[in-house]
Design a protein around this ligand. Structure first.
Ligand code: NCD
Length: 329
């Protein structure tokens, strides 16, 4: 197994081998979840704390379910109502956590880089990034990758369109990194106001017209309009946006006949996607994405917990060696 990291903070630092290791293990968890017998002893004796500084329903529920299925003791800290709201800094939060001694820490934060900072400050604990600002959302990209691999039978040399609000999206960023590393052809489609400057240099094709951008693609990945991150008029109106960039049957007809449709949720029906497309079980894999989310998070926590245990054994033997040296001196 090649995955040797202490934390899962982003896709940026993962190799293609790491990604395959994670996805292969997640595949086995997807099967055991379907069969109703996940291995409940994998995280037994470990404490998982979920700290969501930003609202989340599916990601938090998914991490909670993943931890419970593998036998961890899972605790959700309600950060909106917590001492953070009373002015505590991230560093104080880290010190509090160190005193509580969690083994796995799942963090979502509205500021890009906040999860990396916390990972540097907590001791003897594996940190998983559940989304930080506009930066990364690694488990989302991994669950998207697993969904694509299961639906299309491979994760390389596919033509994949990521559509909509790319500028504000950590989902787009993590997906671009992952799908690029695995050797796919990437297309970004959106209005110029919602595409970050210089994005074409990342090795993807950029389109402002949906019909052109979707021509012949294998995968159509839609993004939510991140209204909470917009500080001005990025689109003329939601109606206009749906007309130009919302996925409906007419625009989808330009993709391959068997192209799959994805959305990370939560969806704005009638804004970025037509409800009938989202619900079409022959095209939409949105429910599979949710299912694979649990499996991917199980795999990520299992691998990080194994690395954590190995580091602790190594630490114990170092302490043991030091004690022997002191005794023998
Ligand atoms: C995404 C997120 O929060 O980054 N959602 C999710 O994780 N299910 C995407 C979004 O908010 O649009």
């Amino acid at each position: 197994m090649s995955f040797g990291a202490a934390h899962l903070l982003g896709i940026e630092t993962l190799s293609p081998e790491d990604i395959v290791t994670l996805l292969d293990l997640a595949d086995t968890h997807a099967e055991s979840n379907r069969a109703g017998h996940p291995p409940r002893d994998v995280l037994a004796g470990l404490t998982q704390i979920n700290m969501f500084f930003e609202n989340s329903t599916r990601t938090q529920a998914s991490f909670e379910l993943a931890g419970k299925r593998l036998g961890a003791d899972v605790m959700n800290m309600a950060m909106a109502r917590s001492s953070v709201a009373k002015g505590e800094t991230l560093i104080d939060t880290a010190l509090t956590l160190n005193a509580m001694r969690p083994d796995l820490l799942v963090v979502r934060h509205h500021a890009s880089g906040a999860v990396d900072l916390l990972a540097q400050k907590v001791q003897d604990c594996a940190v998983l990034n559940a989304g930080d600002g506009r930066h990364e959302h690694p488990t989302q990209a991994l669950l998207d990758a697993l969904t694509i691999r299961r639906a299309r039978g491979r994760l390389h040399r596919l033509s994949i369109a990521i559509c909509g609000d790319i500028a504000h999206s950590r989902v787009a960023r993590s997906n671009l990194l992952l799908l690029g590393k695995m050797g796919n052809r990437l297309r970004l489609i959106g209005p110029p106001t919602l595409l970050p400057p210089g994005i074409a240099d990342m090795g993807c094709e950029v389109f402002h017209d949906m019909n052109e951008g979707l021509a012949g693609v294998d995968v159509v990945m839609m993004l939510r309009l991140q209204k909470e991150r917009m500080d001005g008029g990025f689109i003329p109106s939601e109606r206009e946006y749906f007309h130009l960039y919302g996925l409906d049957a007419a625009k989808l007809a330009h993709a391959k006949p068997d192209a799959i449709v994805m959305h990370p949720g939560p969806m704005n029906r009638g804004v970025e996607i037509d409800g009938t497309i989202a619900d079409d079980i022959n095209r939409s894999v949105i429910q599979t994405q949710v299912e694979m989310g649990v499996a991917v998070r199980m795999a990520a926590m299992e691998l990080l917990a194994a690395n954590l245990r190995a580091r602790r054994v190594e630490g114990d033997s170092r302490v043991g060696r030091a004690a022997t040296e002191v005794r023998d001196a």
